[in-house]
Design a protein around this ligand. Sequence first.
Ligand SMILES: Cc1cc2nc3c(=O)[nH]c(=O)nc-3n(C[C@H](O)[C@H](O)[C@H](O)COP(=O)(O)OP(=O)(O)OC[C@H]3O[C@@H](n4cnc5c(N)ncnc54)[C@H](O)[C@@H]3O)c2cc1C
Ligand SMILES: Cc1ncc(C[n+]2csc(CCOP(=O)(O)OP(=O)(O)O)c2C)c(N)n1
Ligand SMILES: [Mg+2]
Length: 658
Amino acid sequence: MRRTRKQSNIRAPQAGWDGTDVLLACLAEENVEVMFGFPGAAILPVLDRLWFHAEGITNQTRRKRLAFSGALSTCYANSTERICGRNDIMSKTKTDAAASLAGTNGAQVFHRMLQAEGVETMFGFPGGAVLPIFDELFESPIQFVLTRHEQGATHMADAYARSTGKVGVVIATSGPGATNIVTGLATANMDSIPMVAFTGQVKSTLIGNDAFQEADVTGVTRPVTKHNFLVRDVKDLGRIVREAFHIARTGRPGPVLVDIPVDCTVAKLDSEPDLEPNLPGYKPRGGIGNERQIRIAADMINAARRPVLYVGGGVILSGAAEELTAVARKGKLPVTTTLLGLGAFDESDPLSLKMLGMHGTAYANHAVQQCDCLVSVGARFDDRVTGDLSKFAPNAKIIHIDIDPSSISKNVEVDVPVVGDAKAILAQMLPMIECPDRSAWLAQIDEWKKKFPLTYKADGDIRPQEVIEKLGELTKHDAIVATGVGQHQMWAAQFYGWKKPRQIITSGGLGTMGFGCPAAIGAQFGNPGKLVVDIDGDGSFTMTMVEVITAVQYNQPAKFIVLDNEYLGMVRQWQELFYGKRYSATPHACPEFTEIAKGFGAGAAKITDRRQVADALNEMIRYDGPFVLHVCVAREENVFPMVAAGKALDDMIHSQLI
Ligand SMILES: Cc1cc2nc3c(=O)[nH]c(=O)nc-3n(C[C@H](O)[C@H](O)[C@H](O)COP(=O)(O)OP(=O)(O)OC[C@H]3O[C@@H](n4cnc5c(N)ncnc54)[C@H](O)[C@@H]3O)c2cc1C
Ligand SMILES: Cc1ncc(C[n+]2csc(CCOP(=O)(O)OP(=O)(O)O)c2C)c(N)n1
Ligand SMILES: [Mg+2]
């Protein structure tokens, strides 16, 4: 029987309580004894109160704390049985995508259309509702990659797209298969990554009946896709596939989902279908920008004494790095990039300010705050970049070049909008750019660079920054690097030394832990022969490390560096700085990653001493196959500089070494 408030001794919510008090009191009133979960910035106040809460679910909280911090005494797997590295890409016979479709069934139409779209690789996981499509795979030249979880498939498809510029393709079955791809779709959506996801659906006649493995997939995925479709008739399938690819890759790219009831893949076409895209409401902006706006923008840049180019993921998506570099060098314009814009401008160029924002360089943040003209190219004024919006770039005229008009003046009011493709617009602008004397501004920037270098303490325990810096050096800053989410991600951004576009593969907008491992594998599929390294955290890697088996099965030699601080470090850092060091739910017991990796069939090594770093990295790089390098790093290292949430961009917490 439910206890009443009186019986439970729980106080009713009272004036003066905050939301966390109310929530915990309500949970106690509901007799909640155990709660399962995972931390993150958005629930930090709740975690913090769980540490101290003195009433209500206090006893359970204590128990939970023990559960969270208890060490795992055994490793998850010590099986030495190797999974043989089968490269079981099925034998394919090339089919003619342009041949007649009359008489073919939906599954055949599906494969024919994918080939016509130039799809070479597809990631996914089978199930009943997509069986006809998988059956046809035997006849298809498209390489299918069987992942170990549908989330892994979406991150692989996403990273394949980020690293190649092609559209990533993923397929999953109905119900749980489809719901498992939601995080991957949201990740791609936040970072504007072109992807097409196919899901099987129950028979059309059963939709809405709570049929076996039915989920309202278009309903669930609408907020996390650029667009989605439910196919209702095999006659529409071919056209919808074309529309999906068109929407995914044009304008501001993004993921598109196509939900296909199983009967549509079995049904045969009795006549030639109409394949002409029919998207009257979809008019993506692209191509050149308005000449007059570009002239105004160029004049503003030429007149500026303290300009800064603020460059984002749109420059990478647009393939505009060359044009950007030409504009920057011609006008001697200092360049700072967002996390997603890293590689758009060579960081070894003296004009580079590296990354700006919450964990950007102090010199980039000071330059933005003091510039008189900020030129945003393919960047969306994310809150991790701007800090307190009311204090952002207070003295600057702002020019914003973006393909998506809805991105302009969304967060920051801009003075000169230029809508269109970054590559085309920068090429139009280049001849208009002049180079007035800006020596005082460049000298000021040099002074900030000297005063506030990115730094860390290189002694004692292995420092994660040192591992990343060394990796940059040994790989000549030329590897493709995927990351998880957390401190290691920020150190990768700060210390690798980015030179080229499509080099960093990281989840920026959604910040999806677990992205790194499958992302490295997806990028490896898209870039055979290239060195691909995942710089991961122990927490992030644990979430999806099962995909190392996929790398082994398909002989993909991606490397995985696990920077193990035995903490969910980024959240711990916030708890250290803003919650009085109450490490609620952030100590993170780890397994023997090397044993697991070997059990999966990959190479592996573990290091605990600074002197082992270079040799271990070399061993990893040289290893012929996937390799997990477990690096035990300093446990309570912090990422600096840091702009605390809600502070102005130049109000930074610095490393004590500065
Ligand atoms: C733990 C953590 C910490 C972070 N800290 C930082 C930080 O310190 N600094 C930082 O920068 N980020 C940080 N991020 C990432 C941040 O959350 C955002 O993802 C990132 O800043 C957004 O980058 P962007 O503005 O380049 O936008 P994107 O999401 O890459 O948006 C691209 C923009 O370009 C436009 N575009 C697309 N195609 C074209 C084209 N062809 N031509 C022109 N425009 C185009 C789009 O419309 C969009 O407006 C952090 C993330 C995490 C998880
Ligand atoms: C799926 C998911 N859950 C929770 C979070 C919140 N979060 C951001 S960083 C972080 C800690 C990451 O730990 P780890 O992977 O070990 O990296 P570290 O910060 O220690 O380098 C957490 C929990 C997230 N970003 N993604
Ligand atoms: Mg960690």
